[in-house]
Design a protein around this ligand. Structure first.
Ligand code: IMP
Ligand code: MG
Length: 172
């Protein structure tokens, strides 16, 4: 399998990330913001997004792994817990892609237990036709079709995260 088809170019990513940062800045300007990024697919998007945000923020990470085999979705487990206190603060969860919604549903549940003042969700990519869990994003970079994509942080078996664009993974 090789990523051939560019779905979202480097320049479109940069432009949209700037727009998202402007929106988020406006909404969180006077708030005590903790950005909680879901590892590891968010790292590149996150680095670009927060450098465009000209407001104070704290940064933390959460790690989730799934025991997924084939198309059957397995149980989700935390492998990296939030370390900052988020109680009474505004949390922005950052995720690479919203697909079925299972991952974000789980992450939101975990964050909610920590009693933040509010929880908002920002995703780079949104496959809205795939949803099985009741989750929506407050900020979505791009709505994309039901195709497996890689690059700009997203992987296939830990490969292709360093592509500067988002590509559809196609069979050679
Ligand atoms: P969900 O739990 O089904 O919403 O899936 C979200 C997680 O599945 C993301 O955090 C990604 O790690 C992974 N994922 C879903 N679709 C893709 C894709 O097209 N490319 C790479 N990873 C994906
Ligand atoms: Mg992920």
């Amino acid at each position: 399998m090789t990523p051939k088809n560019v779905l979202i170019s480097k320049s479109r990513l940069a432009k949209r990330v700037r727009e998202l940062a402007r929106e988020i800045e406006r909404d969180f300007r006077d708030k005590d913001l903790v950005v909680v990024a879901v590892l590891s697919g968010t790292v590149i998007f996150l680095a670009d997004l927060i450098r465009e945000m000209r407001i104070p923020l704290h940064l933390d990470f959460i790690g989730v792994s799934s025991y997924r085999s084939g198309t059957t979705s397995g149980k989700l487990r935390l492998n990296r817990d939030i370390r900052l206190s988020v109680k009474g603060r505004s949390v922005l969860i950052v995720e690479d892609i919203l697909d079925t919604g299972k991952t974000l549903h789980h992450v939101i549940k975990v964050v909610r237990r920590l009693k933040p003042a509010e929880i908002k969700v920002c995703v780079l990519l949104n496959k809205s036709t795939r949803r099985t869990s009741p989750v929506e994003a407050d900020y979505s970079g791009f709505y994309i079709p039901d195709k497996f994509v890689v690059g700009y942080g997203l992987d296939f078996a830990e490969q292709y995260r360093n592509l500067p664009h988002v590509a559809v993974l196609s069979k050679p």
